[in-house]
Design a protein around this ligand. Sequence first.
Ligand code: MF3
Ligand code: CO
Ligand code: CO
Length: 315
Amino acid sequence: MAKRKRRPLVRSASVHPGIVGPARPVPRHIARPPYVRNAGGEPGPARMSPVRSPTEIEAMRRAGAAAAEILLIAGQQVAPGVTTDAIDEVVHAEVLARGAYPSPLGYRTFPKSVCTSVNEVICHGIPDSRPLVAGDIVNIDVTVYLDGVHGDTSAMFCAGEVDAESRRLVSGTLRALQAAIAVVAPGVPVSEIGRAIEGVARPGGLGVVREFVGHGVGTDFHGNLQIPHYHDPRNATPLAEGMTFTIEPMLTLGSPQVELWSDGWTAVTADRSRTAQFEHTLVVTADGVEILTVTADGRCAHDLSAAPVPRARAG
Ligand code: MF3
Ligand code: CO
Ligand code: CO
């Protein structure tokens, strides 16, 4: 074998489809997003403008806070032996308890109330009967529909002790999201977001997934605005005050090439290397950005996997 300079990949290839239980019921009094009534859960063409009214932004603060609270609770469930379906059960109950609708449920053909993406699963994992194993990393992606708008946020959680490469992946992905949020302001081209993400990923030797992008979010779950996580210098669209969208970088230890399971949803790395994602819903303000997916007192699940502060070096 040729000498390889690369670090060995964590190629657990541990995730196989389990049994997906029935959709969980939603009481009649909970307001549903429009796509739930359409055949196949098809949202149809996005109609929303990229800019929200002050009233809509107020509603998005409430939806965002609810999503952030639920993500914190969901993350506390993560432990070896717990199935992703048990996480779905908790998320579903917490969403309903806040008078909200779990946006994934019945979106297109998605059958459950939250996305759970383990190890080599990049995104859109369907909660099922597979118990988490010590050493797994899992993304939980919570979206709620409340007061006519969506709040969309995700974070990584570790089941038991996790290897050093996976921890490096998780902290690098969080730092990439934070670097991207830091460049958001009126007049900044959308391409600066991907540039900031690559600025963290590339020196860390981490891949950036290109097939899935951040998106306009508000009255629509997925608006027309696209936020690539890679640097596309042609994307000069300027950000403007009142725009609401997600940034949700997916970084990989190996190749960022994507494959899809036959369920039509579960996206995995083609080389089965591990991958991580963090997501926030944001609004562009007059002089910068406000993160909408935080609790009323400013907490979020990202704080739990906060990047280790680099130690000051002598010299
Ligand atoms: N929450 C995901 C996102 O960040 C979308 C999930 S769509 C679903 O855009 F149908 F898979 F739930
Ligand atoms: Co999203
Ligand atoms: Co999401």
